[in-house]
Ligand binder design. Structure first.
Ligand code: SF4
Length: 267
């Protein structure tokens, strides 16, 4: 069995959601424009590092979805997203703070580590490169609002960055956040992950895989307003037995697939 951060993260958020997705085959419909745009934008970024025309790459990638019936947030449209994207790519190139030595191997960098029970853990890291001259793991984010920078050190608690630090052994990590707001902005957020955090993550991973293999899929429902995780969960319709919600948010494929680890690429 091959595990990924996406799988483990889903299990830790709610084991029942893990079962719906990986065992029962329920999949979220791709209706959110921002999510698909984020993927197109990351492909355009890769083109930039390969010294290709990144604006043309963005138009080509995002152009494939021009007539798709996506949900756009208030004030957003296909055109607005592409213009914000081009502006962000130009700003990023002008800032010139991130360098990737070998785009062929250091973008979407695959790392595999074997766990104690013989299972593999695979990660596809957005980039391994330099931010302001210092080697680090980089995760791209596109967002319509700024990431919180306070209190200091908050980023060092991000579980995905801890996971990538664990699998590579690299302490320095960063989020590069492309903020699609009225005046587009890029945040370069750095943190350092300690040895102790990496070891703790390794233990958490082994324990989590043990629970998955023991078939423990109890629901972790959120019950407190406003931080109720169920509200943003695509499986809410299944838990509430609400057919209308199921129809609007989910499709079903026949059982889980060996290719589920490819979901890692979605993050
Ligand atoms: S709706 Fe809530 S309880 Fe149900 S799978 Fe999602 S997070 Fe878990």
């Amino acid at each position: 069995m091959t595990y990924s951060y996406t799988q483990i993260g889903r299990y830790l958020r709610c084991p029942r959601s893990y079962r719906y997705h990986y065992l029962d085959g329920w999949r979220e419909k791709e209706t959110r424009a921002a999510m698909v745009f984020g993927r197109c934008f990351e492909n355009a970024l890769a083109a930039l590092f390969r010294q290709e025309d990144c604006a043309a790459a963005l138009f080509q990638e995002w152009g494939a979805f021009r007539d798709a019936s996506f949900e756009y947030k208030k004030g957003e449209s296909w055109d607005r997203l592409v213009h914000q994207g081009v502006h962000l790519l130009e700003t990023f190139a002008r800032d010139d703070r991130v360098h990737i030595q070998n785009p062929q191997t250091d973008l979407q960098a695959k790392r595999v580590r074997t766990l104690a029970g013989g299972n593999d853990f695979v990660a596809y890291i957005d980039a391994i490169g330099e931010l302001d001259g210092k080697r680090c793991i980089i995760d791209w984010k596109t967002s319509s609002s700024r990431y919180s920078e306070e209190p200091e050190g908050l980023l060092s608690l991000d579980p995905q960055l801890i996971c990538y630090s664990w699998i590579t052994g690299i302490s320095d990590v960063a989020f590069v956040v492309f903020v699609r707001k009225h005046a587009p902005e890029i945040q370069y957020l750095r943190a350092s992950i300690s040895d102790q955090q990496r070891q703790e993550f390794g233990r958490l991973l082994e324990a989590t895989v043990g629970q998955i293999e023991a078939g423990q899929f109890a629901s972790h429902s959120g019950i407190r307003f406003p931080q109720n995780g169920c509200i943003s969960c695509c499986h809410l319709g299944l838990c509430l037995n609400n057919q209308q919600l199921i129809n609007s948010n989910l499709t079903r494929k026949a059982g889980a697939s060996d290719l589920d680890w490819l979901d890692e690429l979605v993050d």
